[in-house]
Design a protein around this ligand. Structure first.
Ligand SMILES: C[S@@+](CC[C@H](N)C(=O)[O-])C[C@H]1O[C@@H](n2cnc3c(N)ncnc32)[C@H](O)[C@@H]1O
Length: 214
């Protein structure tokens, strides 16, 4: 049984609704013990997406990368193996995920190569034109409004910097649904150019990635 199936084990309509609401809340803002459990499922089901995204970005040793919504910090950990002299930064608005990701990346944080902090895509705590690359994986469903997140990402990227947004084709029912076309249009509206969509590696939950240049 996966987390989606969990929404249907209850028998009455109200319970189903509240269970769905609670799944959406936890996926969008994991907290406490249940949040840690969600973290465990992310580790299992999102590993391929996380690695694939970092490979797509073709990180150079001195690149500065930002990840929005790092969850348990899998992609951050992998990125830190690629960018040895640069900086891997992350923001996530969940304290539970910040603690989990910080534990996973303890050595790289101590070495100053990884910086993780609480934050929201809608108000990124960074100077203009700071990053070479940025990504967000399985997170865009929760941006409110998405236009604000894209404007912020464009602001903190250097001109010509790359943004990669990865999303599942089928999200949990309660999430905002996205297609490559919708994300591409949002990116163009925010001023990104050379916007291209591609399919992710085959997996139980198929994903796509839309990239563009700031
Ligand atoms: C479904 S998890 C995905 C985590 C990770 N990227 C992965 O694929 O394994 C979504 C993460 O994004 C974070 N998040 C959701 N909305 C956010 C926002 N507006 N700003 C920052 N983080 C956000 C959540 O706290 C959660 O850790």
């Amino acid at each position: 049984m996966n987390l989606h199936d969990c929404a249907f084990v209850c028998t009455d309509g109200n319970s189903v609704l509240s269970m769905k609401q609670s799944i959406q809340n936890q996926a969008g803002h994991p907290s406490g013990l249940i949040g840690k459990l969600f973290g465990w499922t992310m580790n299992v089901f999102n590993r391929t997406d996380n690695r694939w995204t970092i490979e797509l970005l073709k990180l150079q040793p001195s690149d500065k990368l930002l990840e929005v919504g790092f969850g348990t910090g899998q992609a951050i950990e992998y990125a830190a193996t690629k960018s040895k002299q640069g900086l891997i930064a992350g923001v996530d608005h969940s304290e539970t995920m910040l603690a989990t990701a910080a534990k996973r990346n303890t050595a790289a944080i101590a070495a100053g190569r990884v910086q993780l902090q609480l934050g929201e895509v809608e108000a990124l705590p960074f100077a203009d034109s700071f990053f070479d690359k940025a990504c967000s994986i399985n997170c865009i469903y929760f941006w409110e409004p998405p236009e604000r997140g894209f404007a912020e990402l464009r602001r903190v990227l250097k001109p010509g910097g790359t943004l990669a947004i990865v999303a599942r084709h089928k999200q949990l029912d309660a999430h905002r649904q996205y297609t490559p076309e919708v994300i591409g249009a949002l990116m163009k509206e925010a001023g990104f150019t050379e916007v291209v969509a591609q399919e992710g590696p085959g997996s139980r939950f198929p994903v796509f990635c839309v990239t563009g240049l700031a």
